[in-house]
Design a binder for this molecule. Structure first.
Ligand code: CA
Length: 231
């Protein structure tokens, strides 16, 4: 683990803060914490952290407001850690530019896995040429998809959708984000076209589409593709 990787925790609950700090330092990270939104914004600007963990319920400024202020100038991965479990809160945070969302209470292993995924995405300067997980392989240069070495025929939309998820593997992409990316900014809010395409993709790539191994549904939020083993 790189000891220089610095993580900023913006969280007003001091016991959660010290739990996270202990977990982070135990895993070789450097951790700094802020207990208010204002302090968090100032620290983010002064220490330039590699990842920011942000609580939504802060005493001075709402976490969503902190998030949108950060996103005006900062591309650092931001993982929301919140007690808010409503789907709409998660969707709002992800659409405001959060990279991921963890609901309290959470385990150390889950938090570390999310941090590693965020770091891998932010440190990547060259796009992947190949996505590989289990028997599924996508060659982005050739725009070809294979299962068990056999070429799978996808429509253009299906390929765009699958490769968008594969390029962002390990992260949840919201329905709104996917709809806008694939169908453009003027698409209506109806996700039916997305669901139909996803069902078709699953029939083509999954052994059992009812129990997917590659593209997972995050209920009420969007989709998350299994981590690229070729990364
Ligand atoms: Ca709080």
């Amino acid at each position: 683990m790189n000891p220089k990787v610095c993580i900023l925790i913006i969280e007003d609950d001091k016991s959660i803060c010290s739990f996270i700090t202990a977990a982070l330092t135990g895993n070789g990270y450097r951790a700094t914490s802020a207990h208010t939104g204002k302090e968090g914004l100032n620290l983010a600007a002064s220490i330039c952290p590699d990842v920011i963990l942000l609580d939504l319920g802060l005493p001075d400024i709402d976490g969503c407001e902190v998030l949108s202020r950060l996103r005006r100038w900062c591309s650092t991965p931001i993982i929301i850690i919140s007690a808010r479990t409503r789907e709409q809160d998660k969707v709002t945070a992800l659409d405001l530019g959060a990279d991921d969302y963890i609901t309290k209470p959470f385990g150390t292993e889950e938090l570390m896995a999310r941090i590693r995924t965020s770091l891998r995405h932010s440190h990547r300067t060259v796009p992947h040429k190949i996505y590989k997980a289990g028997s599924l392989e996508i060659n982005f240069e050739k725009r070809m998809t294979y299962v068990d070495g056999e070429e799978i025929h996808l429509t253009q939309i299906e390929y765009q959708l699958l490769s968008l998820l594969a390029e962002n593997s390990g992260r949840v992409l919201t329905y709104k984000f996917i709809m806008k990316t694939i169908w453009g900014p003027y698409v209506d809010g109806n996700n039916q076209i997305l669901r139909v395409n996803m069902a078709n993709i699953r029939h083509k790539i999954e052994t059992n589409p009812a129990q997917p191994q590659y593209v997972f549904t995050e209920i009420g939020l969007g989709y998350r593709m299994r981590e690229n083993e070729n990364a």
